[in-house]
Every structure is written in structure tokens, then in C-alpha cells.
Design a protein around this ligand. Structure first.
Ligand code: ARG
Length: 457
């Protein structure tokens, strides 16, 4: 069925119909479309715009359509222009005139703006749940490895001692921000219900927009009918929040890939989350992490699509906006897929704690602590820094570490050194003493992980 019968004397060209149609990707909104129509019909009847009898027929008809789509009895017509057209057409086939009255005081423009919001509200909830599951795993692993000393890096060079749990919790902080960004975007999206904006100029019927907005879970109706139908900020905000999630997952993936390389050997991924090579029998590849890193590009692309689609279109609705759905759905689906694979991969990884500790023993990551020792003895930090630099150079020359360099060598460079030095540069002590807020001390890690767990539950 075409909705614009009357004005036109010919059927649309077949290929043009395919080009124009959004049914292949907007049919996933069938439930939300039916929900919106039910609430609209109830409001129309309550306001005396349609009869009670029409309302009953519409509600019964829509309920039947919903059930039949869900149980597979009703197949969505791939030739339909979009999901709104399909459902209205199907309803009219079933109940006749009452079905034709459903669209009173409504346009597909406010309808699609509503459906998309309702659909994305569910999707955002799903991503929120997945992020919470990831956070639970992160906290569990952080607690388990709260005292595993490893090198912290800057410039990918060994820098200072940290514990593995602290490194993991850095990602937990990122995902917590992601959670709050998603919830924030959702609350703004559900702030203003577009239904009742009509095509762009509202309606002369005495509709009750407060009623429809509240029933559909919004804070209230949108306050400008033009903005109501042409706003897609919520798609941009959600895809931007998803893009930032993907940045975090991608950085994390990059580290996982490094950590399970032969060069690092900090972790080993479970066989269930690794793949082999078709030619090299020894290979165990971190494909999941690589794919997550790669798929971040898709989500950024979706965000760019949405920004570009929206940036040049005049008010109000323009068909360009139909392009919003594939982009935002792809962003949501990709992020969900990545989280589905990533969380159990992290949950099942084997951590090679001895290798982390071994790596921490090389690279002079306690050099700052050595300098701090001298500071505690009264030497200004800049001088202490220089003395320690000389000692590091000496160690490199003699192929020793700060731990194995004899005390006489220390004393020869600076007489403030004594036997206590070795305790001060002990790596376990170095992390245990870093108890400042946000520092990597094991107790801090346990406390913060517990705090996050409690906030989540
Ligand atoms: N399929 C359209 C979309 O996704 C629905 C709105 C169509 N409105 C219109 N006036 N052509 O944007």
C-alpha cells in the first residue's frame, strides 16, 4: 500500500521503491511502532477524536499484528516502504475504516522520531547491562591480582612499579564514565516526546500530548513541533558515547594483544577466545581483541555518517534522515557484539604473574624511589634525580640492577646512601607505599574495586 494515493496516478518504479524503502532496516522497530500507535489511538479516543469502538478495534488489531509478527505467522513485506506503512496497511486490511482513522493528527515524521527513541532506549539499556557485566569482571580480576607487581609504562617504556589490578581498574574508571554518558544521553532523549508534532506544524485536533508522553515513558512532550520531528541529536549523542566505549575497548584490546605476544608473555588467552593459523602450527592468535580494535573504526564511521547526514539539512523533516537508522543501529549492534566477546575473554584470561614480576625487576622502574630515598635524607629532588641517573648508567655498564648494585658503589656516588636503601627500592614496598588517593597500593585496588562493586549492585 502506498500512503499517498490520490495525488499520484502511477505506481512507483520498482527500483526506485527499493531505493526509497527503509523496511529492511526499520522493521526492527515494529514493536515500538505498535506501542506508539496503541497509545496514540487510546489518546484519540479519550479526547473524543475517534470513537471508543474504533479504539477497541485498533487496539485489538494491533495486538494481533504484534503477536503474529512475534510468532512468525505474519511476515513483514519486504516491498513495503517502511515499518509504519506496513503496520498501518496491515491494520486497515484487518479492520477497515477504523484502521484508516489511526493516522488522524499524526505523521510518519513524528511517528519515526518516536519509534527511534523508544527503540534506542531499549538498546541503551542493553549496552548499560553489558558494561556493568564487564565492570563486574574487571573488579573481580583487579581484586585477584591486586598485589601482582608489574611495570607501569609511559611511551611504552617501563616507567614505575604498579600492580596489575590497578592497571585493570584504570579501564574500570573509563567504563564507569561510559555508563554515565549513556545514561545521560538516554535521559535527554527521553526528556521530550515528539509524538503530536505531526508533519512539522502540530495539529488543530485537541490532542493530549502530556498523556501520550507520560504513557510512553517520557518526561513530557517536546516543546517545538519543528524540532520535534527534525531532531536527531540523540542518535549523535548515543553514537558518540558508543564511539568512546569503542576507543576504550580498542586501547584495552591493543594491550591484550601486546600482553599475549611472545615478547611480553604477561597473559595467555583461553583457547575458547583465541584462534590458530592455517599454516603455522605454533600460532595462537588474539583475533577477538584484534577484531574489537578493528570494529572501533565502524562505530566511529557511524558517528561520522550521522554528523554528516544532519549537518546540511534544512528544517524540518527531510528524507536524508532515513539514513540515521542504519548508522545508529550498526553502532549499537557493533558495540554490543564487541562487548559480548570481550567480557568473557577477559574473564578467562590466564595471568602470568611471574613474568610480570620479572619484567618489573628490569628497566629500573624503582629509580624514582631511589631518588625519593635521597630526598627523605635531605637532598633536593633535582640533585637526587641526577645522582640516581648516574647510578642507573653505572648499573647498565656493569649489567646490574639497582637491587644488585653493591652499597659501596652507591656510597661512592653519594654518601647519604645506607643499608636502608635496599628496603626503599624493593618493588613490593614501592607499590605498598603508594597509598595516596588513586595510587596503585594493593589495598587501594581492593577498596576501589569493592566500592565499584557496591555501586553496581
Ligand atoms: N522511513 C522514513 C524514515 O525513516 C519514515 C518517515 C517518512 N516521512 C516522510 N515524510 N517521507 O525517515
Amino acid at each position: 500500500m502506498k500512503l499517498w494515493t490520490g495525488r499520484f496516478s502511477k505506481e512507483i518504479d520498482k527500483k526506485t521503491n527499493d531505493f526509497n524503502s527503509s523496511i529492511s532496516f526499520d522493521q526492527r522497530m515494529y514493536k515500538e511502532d505498535i506501542t506508539g500507535s496503541m497509545v496514540h489511538a487510546t489518546m484519540l479516543a479519550a479526547q473524543g477524536i475517534i470513537s471508543k469502538k474504533d479504539e477497541e478495534q485498533i487496539l485489538k488489531g494491533l495486538k494481533g499484528i504484534l503477536e503474529e509478527i512475534e510468532n512468525g505467522k505474519l511476515v513483514i513485506d519486504p516491498e513495503a516502504e517502511d515499518i509504519h506503512t506496513f503496520i498501518e496497511g496491515e491494520l486497515t486490511k484487518r479492520i477497515g475504516d477504523a484502521g484508516k482513522r489511526l493516522h488522524t493528527s499524526r505523521s510518519r515524521n513524528d511517528q519515526v522520531a518516536l519509534d527511534l527513541r523508544l527503540t534506542l532506549a531499549h538498546e541503551v539499556n542493553a549496552v548499560v547491562t553489558q558494561l556493568e557485566e564487564l565492570l563486574v569482571v574487571l573488579c573481580k580480576q583487579a581484586k585477584k591480582y591486586s598485589d601482582v607487581v608489574m611495570p607501569g609504562y609511559t611511551h611504552l617504556q617501563r616507567a614505575q612499579p604498579i600492580v596489575f589490578g590497578h592497571h585493570l581498574l584504570a579501564y574500570a574508571e573509563m567504563f564507569l564514565r561510559d555508563l554515565s554518558r549513556l545514561k545521560d544521553a538516554k535521559s535527554r532523549m527521553m526528556n521530550a516526546c515528539p509524538l503530536g508534532s505531526g508533519a512539522l506544524a502540530g495539529t488543530t485536533y485537541d490532542i493530549d500530548r502530556n498523556m501520550t508522553a507520560k504513557t510512553l515513558g517520557f518526561d513530557g512532550p517536546s516543546q517545538n513541533s519543528i524540532d520535534g520531528v527534525s531532531d536527531r541529536d540523540f542518535c549523535i549523542e548515543i553514537s558518540s558515547a558508543l564511539s568512546i566505549i569503542m576507543v576504550h575497548l580498542s586501547r584495552f584490546s591493543e594491550e591484550i594483544i601486546l600482553w599475549c605476544s611472545y615478547e611480553f608473555q604477561f597473559i595467555e588467552l583461553d583457547d575458547a577466545f583465541s584462534t590458530g593459523s592455517s599454516i603455522m602450527p605454533q600460532k595462537k592468535n588474539p583475533d577477538i581483541a584484534e577484531l574489537v580494535r578493528g570494529k572501533s573504526g565502524r562505530v566511529f564511521g557511524d558517528l561520522m555518517t550521522l554528523l554528516t547526514v544532519m549537518k546540511g539539512i534544512p528544517l524540518a523533516y527531510n528524507k536524508d534522515m532515513q539514513e540515521d537508522k542504519e548508522a545508529i543501529f550498526d553502532a549499537v549492534d557493533t558495540a554490543k557484539m564487541c562487548l559480548t566477546a570481550f567480557t568473557p575473554m577477559l574473564d578467562t584470561m590466564k595471568v602470568k604473574t611471574e613474568n610480570m614480576r620479572k619484567a618489573a625487576a628490569g628497566g629500573f622502574i624503582n629509580a624514582t624511589d631511589c631518588a625519593d630515598f635521597l630526598v627523605n635524607k635531605g637532598l633536593p629532588f633535582r640533585d637526587a634525580y641526577k645522582v640516581t641517573g648516574e647510578l642507573v648508567a653505572l648499573c647498565i655498564e656493569k649489567n646490574l640492577t639497582l637491587e644488585t648494585l653493591p652499597l659501596e658503589e652507591y656510597k661512592a656516588v653519594c654518601d647519604l646512601f645506607d643499608e636502608d636503601l635496599y628496603t626503599a627500592i624493593n618493588l613490593e614496598k614501592c607499590v605498598n607505599d603508594r597509598t595516596c588517593i588513586g595510587g596503585p597500593a594493593p589495598q587501594n585496588v581492593i577498596n576501589r574495586a569493592t566500592e565499584i562493586e557496591n555501586d553496581l549492585s
